[in-house]
Design a protein around this ligand. Structure first.
Ligand SMILES: O=C([C@H](O)CO)[C@H](O)[C@H](O)COP(=O)(O)O
Length: 185
């Protein structure tokens, strides 16, 4: 298949996964972000990269957003939310973060293929995204893509959709948000 054929196939896969995301679960996450004081985002590897893109846009919304592990990230407190993106829901560093966040009384949200995973079960809000785990141990969801690519792409689209929903709720537009964009690039 030509590279452009693969692009079309990936988009078809994303159409299928997008249509399976629960609107109620997504709305719970948006409302939790609205109600939280600070928003912390975490994920490992590629899932973490999608989280960084999400945290940047949350900052553009005018909220206090942080990526876990960065040098200027402050302490998590009980009025805050920790959002974890993890296909498997079993990544060890994220399990520890979820445990710590729970012990501090903060809200934990998981975006995962497996709400029944360790991270999913520990979370106050779990949004299920369809996909195949990176080790392909669960072959119930078919994708032509390697490892967790389909989950990671769906995660980025989902995060961008959360931003749009937040903008809609708060009457924000791109122009206002651009006013907060980095100007030392
Ligand atoms: O980087 C990743 C890998 O390339 C899978 O496609 C994963 O995002 C990373 O290993 C984290 O895994 P999950 O927590 O299961 O998303």
């Amino acid at each position: 298949m030509k590279t452009t054929g693969y692009v079309t196939e990936i988009i078809d896969e994303l159409h299928r996964t997008a249509s399976l995301i629960s609107g109620d679960e997504a709305e719970k996450l948006v409302n939790a972000i609205v109600e939280s004081r600070k928003i912390f985002v975490a994920g490992a590897g590629r899932s973490g990269l999608m989280g960084k893109a999400f945290a940047m846009r949350i900052m553009h919304l005018g909220l206090d957003a942080y990526v876990v592990g960065e040098t200027i990230t402050p302490s998590l407190e009980k009025e805050d939310i920790l959002i974890l993106g993890s296909g498997s829901g079993e990544t060890k560093s994220l399990v520890s973060m979820a445990q710590k966040a729970k012990s501090l009384g903060a809200m934990v949200a998981a975006i995962t293929i497996f709400p029944e995973s360790t991270i999913g079960r520990m979370s106050d809000i779990a949004v299920k995204l369809p996909g195949a785990p990176k080790d392909k141990s669960d072959d119930s969801y078919q994708t032509i893509q390697p490892m967790g690519s389909l989950f990671e792409q769906t995660l980025l689209l989902f995060y961008d959709a959360v931003i749009l929903r937040f903008m809609e709720k708060k009457g924000l537009d791109s122009k206002t948000m651009y006013g907060r964009h980095a100007n030392l690039e």
